[in-house]
Ligand binder design. Sequence first.
Ligand code: NAD
Length: 287
Amino acid sequence: MDAKDLNKAAVLGAGTMGNGIAQVCAQAGMEVVLFDIAEEPLQKGLANIDRMLAKAVERGKLEQADAAAVRARVSGATQLSEAVAGCDLVIEAVPEKLELKQSVFREVEAAAPARAILASNTSSLSIDKIAASLARPERFLGLHFFNPVPIMKLLEIVVGAQTSEEVLACARGLGERLRKDGIVVKDAPGFASSRLGLAIGLEAMRMVEEGVASAADIDTAMMRGYGFPMGPLKLTDLVGLDVRLGIAEYLASTLGPRFEPPQLLRDMVAAGKLGKKSGQGFYDWSE
Ligand code: NAD
């Protein structure tokens, strides 16, 4: 299938990532069904699309009439079979649990058309392990978007051992259609983005631990010296120290001790210093 023939998409999970993915698909002209297991998270996701579109209009990035047309292309569903019926593309953004994703895709496979491309937005799980639950893994791959989806330009296209060439070609075309810069990565722990981003983040934490410089000065070094839009420690505060610890432990177990979390990170998480969401991390967010 050619990316321009992807007319209808289902996005599974209406949370942080799902509603953003639904929005960019609708902006690219697709009819989109946003699915969640209950009315409340679904409505929250749809309301977030309204908010993001209103902001885009306010900033002059989108005409009011275009925003309304985009919104009109998004509908909601709380029945999976209804959501994926007639779809050309299914993108899953449910919580990061292997068994959950496997069971969701088993249901999807039973209800979606045979032509549909199936994708997971997982940020760390193995694409091949998720695909193990599928009868036709050749139409499955990872489409790793970044938060906030309508703004961040990267799309990591993660190719599983069984993903077909046609499906990869279509995913590349989809990236262009969504106005993202697509990169192709094989199914390896942390893909490209999480692995490299975390390596820098962990080294920055070790430098704080060793008293090499303050968190703010280490961040400034990367911003002013290397053109990073945000330093690795402030980014850690935004992502959540607990989230980064979880990924570091996973990468240490798969890629080796170079990803072993610094003691400082463990101590801060144990003390409840989780970054912005808790009010304290490498920076003070309490005001
Ligand atoms: P989230 O918790 O914000 O949203 C998950 C949504 O899935 C919730 O609305 C929940 O009600 C819904 N859900 C739960 N079980 C479901 C089911 N069986 N079927 C359909 N919906 C179900 O999570 P998120 O941050 O959007 O993350 C979703 C996925 O995206 C994860 O795999 C995560 O690793 C990945 N991801 C997250 C980020 C990020 O910055 N948050 C970035 C890239 C990738």
